[in-house]
Write a protein that binds this ligand. Structure first.
Ligand SMILES: [Zn+2]
Length: 604
């Protein structure tokens, strides 16, 4: 995601975000179910977030891994509603014997205007009807279990502990859903979390190791999620349809899923919509079939089938429907490039947008020089009209909002196809890892412009200009003062996750320094090895560090220790304000700041 701009409009006039609690009585019921099923089977965890998390601790579900998802929308674009027959079919693999398990699904919101208003009609497990209920999340690691009867175990906050008016000393169970960007980030601390955990109890326990299917049928209006920074993400209403851009957690506002970055099933989409509407999703377009008129679609309908053979992280699932003009082109290396724009965008603007969209193959080839070969069989861009406050790297179908695309941000979002999409962060606290790489792509673009001006990539002057540009950009970032260094990139709060220097500029400067420390060749080798080793899955900060450590040109324990210090300073340390001495004190060769190496070329 490119940094969010905070909209100054009020998205909802709600009086409060306390959802009437379906929670506790239903939880007691689920607990009773577990006890008669025997000691070997238990309820799957209602979160994947580590204990103490204060960044979306409510998300993810344990006890199984997500293997494949078939999305089957039956969607009336005119009324913005999912109709009877609308469903998702999730294929999962149990990692323990499950008496029950959960999904994330925000079917109703305090945001009654743009938020979702959906109803679950039925749930089946392996084709057999299952019981289901919605419960509140509990703070991860609660020793009293996920059905803790203490209401304080189910409260929202930006921070750990919750604090709030009643000085709750426990960690938060969810990140607050701020009604708008003018609300204080702490305004909802201590309020009850909404009951967005869909707990499913199958007729019989699911044995450990077995692959099982879960079909959730639901109807109603999809919508947006109010985030901890007061902006919204999810299913935005577009003229005659919807525009889907969801980072970090808004996918659950249009479909039930295991809503966690490291949960990455493959996807098929089979969406039936009004005749004349276009469906845009991840992967490649397989077919488009016309259906005869029906009760739901008196004017006829069309079923669009998309297929993503590559796994897709929770926040990168694309499924927009509307008046999109879609084109497809196959590049000489076989990659399919899709371009889509909402027809409501004025023609002159669309033409300007198209000129930038046409750069995508060239940008992909440029970025491949640093990241390795392009990881997917397709790539694409959709320009929508809703004024979502951000652009996003939806896998193989990048979303631009507000009817407008620009080149710099296309470099950013396209770089995410390697960093975030193919190799996903292991959890939300590692958002800096992939945003830093995407910001690096913007800096590489600036260096490329300098290179072209000086004679191009095959001239010595051009290459020198490229290098000088990166050094200059590092030095500018490193000179930052004020509050620039005051948040540790790996410990952000929801309110600042997508707007702070800790997520974008600071880690990007660290990567320029790492390129100097390893040398450009080794730096690219490290990146390519990460793509090969972790592609299709996710990576932790320790694994990320180890990849660079392996490619240090000086393989001594002192240099490996110094690299660990470098990671701690650049990614894990909050400094007092001011800059100067209050910033990372390890830099790289040729850059401002103390060098990584000593004068003898070693580390000390
Ligand atoms: Zn980004």
């Amino acid at each position: 995601m490119a940094g969010r701009w905070r909209r100054m409009t009020i998205t909802t006039a709600c009086a409060g975000l306390i959802m009437p609690g379906a929670g506790l009585a239903a939880q007691a019921h689920a607990g009773a179910a577990a006890s008669y099923l025997g000691a070997n089977c238990q309820a799957g965890a209602h979160t994947l977030a580590p204990p103490g998390s204060h960044l979306y601790p409510e998300t993810g579900n344990g006890g199984y891994t997500s293997v494949h998802t078939l999305v089957h929308l039956v969607y009336n674009a005119a009324t913005n509603e999912f109709l009877p027959g609308n469903s998702v079919l999730l294929t999962d693999r149990a990692t323990e014997c499950l008496s029950s398990f959960s999904l994330d699904f925000e079917r109703k919101s305090a945001n009654t205007g743009a938020g979702p208003d959906m109803t679950v009609r039925s749930v089946t497990v392996n084709g057999t009807a299952a019981r289901f209920t919605f419960v509140q999340p509990t703070y991860p690691g609660d020793p009293h279990g996920q059905n803790d009867p203490n209401p304080a175990a189910h409260e929202a906050s930006q921070t750990n502990p919750v604090g709030g008016p009643r000085h709750n000393p426990l960690p938060p169970a969810c990140s607050p859903e701020l009604p708008n960007t003018r609300t204080s980030p702490d305004a909802l601390d201590g309020t009850q979390c909404p009951a967005n955990k869909l707990v499913i109890t199958p007729a019989a326990p699911v044995p450990n190791g077995s692959v099982f299917t879960v079909k959730v049928s639901y109807t109603g209006r999809p919508g947006v999620h109010n985030d901890g920074d007061g902006t919204t993400e999810g299913w935005f209403r577009a003229p005659d349809g919807g525009f889907v851009t969801t980072e970090p957690v808004g996918s659950e506002d249009w479909m039930p899923l295991n809503d966690y970055p490291a949960a990455k099933p493959t996807y098929d989409f089979s969406d039936t919509v009004n005749l004349g509407k276009t469906v845009l999703a991840n992967g490649v377009l397989i077919s488009e079939q016309r259906n005869p008129a029906s009760a739901e679609f008196p004017g006829g309908s069309v079923t669009w089938n998309w297929h993503s053979p590559a796994p897709v992280a929770s926040y990168l699932v694309e499924d927009s429907v509307g008046n999109y003009h879609l084109t497809e082109r196959v590049a000489d290396n076989g990659t399919r490039y899709y371009q889509a724009q909402d027809l409501a965008i004025p023609a002159a603007r669309r033409q300007k947008n198209r000129a930038i969209m046409n750069l995508q193959q060239n940008i992909t080839e440029f970025e491949s020089q640093f990241s390795g070969s392009y990881p997917f069989t397709s790539d694409g861009v959709v320009v929508g009209t809703p004024p979502a406050s951000f652009e996003e790297e939806m896998q193989t179908m990048i979303t631009f909002a507000g009817g407008f695309i620009n080149t710099d941000v296309l470099y950013h979002e396209n770089m995410h196809q390697w960093w975030g999409d193919h190799v996903t962060e292991s959890n939300y606290t590692m958002t800096f890892y992939k945003e830093g790489m995407a910001t690096l792509a913007e800096e590489l673009y600036q260096a490329r412009l300098a290179e072209d001006k000086a004679g191009g990539p095959y001239s010595a002057k051009g290459q020198a200009a490229f290098q000088a540009s990166l050094v200059k950009q590092f030095n500018q970032i490193y000179a930052s003062a004020g509050s620039f260094w005051t948040v540790a990139p790996s410990n952000p709060e929801p309110a600042g996750l997508f707007s702070g220097s800790s997520t974008y500029a600071r880690p990007s400067a660290a990567y320029i320094a790492l390129r100097q420390i390893l040398g450009p060749g080794n730096f690219t080798q490290a990146l390519e090895q990460v793509q090969a080793g972790y592609g299709g899955g996710s990576i932790t900060e320790a694994q990320w560090e180890a990849a660079f450590s392996r490619w240090l040109p000086v393989q001594t324990s002192a240099c490996r220790a110094r690299l660990s210090q470098f990671f701690t300073q650049w990614f894990d340390t909050a400094y007092p304000p001011g800059g100067g001495a209050n910033r990372p004190r390890i830099s790289g060769p040729g850059l401002h700041g103390p060098d990584f190496y000593n004068p003898e070329g070693g580390c000390s």
